[in-house]
Design a protein around this ligand. Structure first.
Ligand SMILES: Cc1ncc(COP(=O)(O)O)c(C=O)c1O
Length: 434
């Protein structure tokens, strides 16, 4: 038996699926994927799904992209894996150099891990530890924005403001400092929201800078909060305030990096260079797990010491895995060879026009676009809109994963215009019965 039912039954018995309630009636859909190719996923019964969310925002250039797959296959025959403590290899070095060249200035030191939450933890630890090494152990609090999301391990949850992910583990979490988000509230303009949040940050830093190590932000868009966009001015103001108060700025570009918001990194929109930058997701085009934290010279310098207590004793088994680094290098090659950022600028404008009828749907509220992210809120009285919409989308050959009442598209950059138009049309059909 190799059909959907066969794999469904085995998966439900043996695999604990992430971010999925274990309903006793097994009512939530689960789709066994037999094949992934380009922007399409195909199940064991031959049904095709358009991957409108790039498989949780990772897949930039389509599934099975031969330029990435071939690079990984070739690397596998040269050095498959070697630990990065006490050893190094070409892909780790080349990738660190190329990321530093692409990133905002001054981020020349790459620390590798395997997923986004680990990158968050590394950045937080680096910030606090660097102040400690500099004789300021009292600077150990991390400020984060209201509505933030930085991952689901315990340290990352401490700077994540999403109750549903946090509440069950509250006794294990060391609360940090939540500051106002620059996402506009009802009726507020983006500029007014940026001003309000800047003022709040200034008040916080004036009072608390001596105890604060860093401010962590998702630049331009708070993703898990529902693709909430905010004005770049806030980033510029936050940079200036952090510098003035000797507090690090950590840019979590895990979702926004690699062209998602229109520039290579979202920080570019405000011409801001953070002290630490977290990267993951699109870094390998969705082929292999990898994350990196890029650190400034000053932070790196704070760890240069003969004292073992000053060393950053953090590692993961697969840190700097050569295959993952090689995949990331292939991704950067594609960005350079195909002028992906330039092409996306035109693509985003065309897609905006194609999405106009959907944006005008009577159930659509607050249609927004930030580069290659499209999102809107759905005016519906339906309880459990998100799982309902997920199921309706599957029935129409789409992979959509709404957040609450927010539907968003983050398709692979290789999506054709006709496919994007199909996505909008089918989504409109779902809204007709929402
Ligand atoms: C901004 C941001 N930070 C961190 C993470 C956590 O990444 P991961 O799921 O790879 O741990 C995510 C994941 O969605 C994210 O969007």
């Amino acid at each position: 038996m190799t059909d959907n039912a066969h794999w469904l039954a085995r998966s439900r018995a043996a695999v604990w699926h992430p971010c999925t309630p274990l309903r006793p009636d097994d009512a939530l859909p689960l789709v066994p994927i037999a094949h992934a190719d380009g922007v399409w996923l195909t199940d064991f019964d031959g049904r095709r799904l358009f991957d409108a969310v790039s498989s949780w925002w990772v897949n930039l250039f389509g599934h099975g992209n031969p330029r990435i797959v071939d690079a990984v296959a070739a690397q596998m025959r040269v050095v498959d894996h070697v630990m990065l403590a006490g050893f190094t290899h070409a892909p780790a070095v080349e990738l660190a150099e190329r990321l530093a060249a692409l990133a905002p200035p001054g981020l020349g030191h790459a620390f590798y891990a395997s997923d986004g939450a680990s990158a968050t933890e590394i950045a937080i630890k680096m910030s606090v530890h660097s102040w400690r090494n500099r004789g300021l152990p009292q600077k150990r609090r991390i400020a984060h924005l209201a509505g933030s999301y930085h991952g689901e391990t315990l340290g990352a949850l401490a700077v994540t403001d999403v109750a549903i992910f946090r509440d069950a583990y509250a006794p294990l979490i060391v609360p940090q400092a939540r500051v106002e988000s620059p996402v506009p509230r009802d009726g507020e303009t983006p500029a007014a929201a940026a001003r309000r949040a800047t003022d709040a940050l200034e008040r916080y830093l004036t009072a608390e800078h001596a105890a604060t190590a860093a401010l962590i932000v998702e630049p331009l868009v708070q993703g898990a909060a529902g693709m909430r966009c905010y004005a770049p001015e806030y980033l510029a103001n936050a940079r200036a305030l952090c510098s003035a108060h000797d507090v690090h700025l950590i840019a979590d570009e895990i979702m926004t990096g690699f062209g998602r918001t229109g520039t290579m990194f979202a920080c570019e929109a405000a011409d801001v260079a953070p002290d630490l930058m977290c990267l993951s997701k699109g870094i390998t085009g969705g082929v292999l797990p990898l994350s990196a934290v890029l650190a400034s010279d000053a932070i790196f310098a704070a760890f240069r010491s003969h004292d073992i207590g000053h060393a950053f004793l953090h590692s993961h088994s697969y840190t700097g895995n050569p295959l993952a680094c090689r995949a990331a290098l292939a991704v950067l090659d594609i960005f350079a060879a195909d002028d992906v950022i330039g092409a996306n600028r035109e693509r985003a404008a065309r897609w905006r026009a194609l999405a106009a009828p959907l944006a005008a749907h009577p159930r659509v509220r607050a249609f927004r676009q930030c580069g290659m992210i499209f999102a809107f809120d759905v005016d519906t009285g339906r309880d459990g809109f998100a799982p309902w919409c997920f199921g309706e989308a599957l029935a129409r050959g789409l992979l959509l994963r709404p957040i609450g009442n927010t539907v968003y598209f983050m398709p692979p950059y290789v999506t054709r215009d006709a496919e994007f138009a199909m996505l909008c049309e089918r989504t409109s059909g779902i809204l007709d019965s929402a």
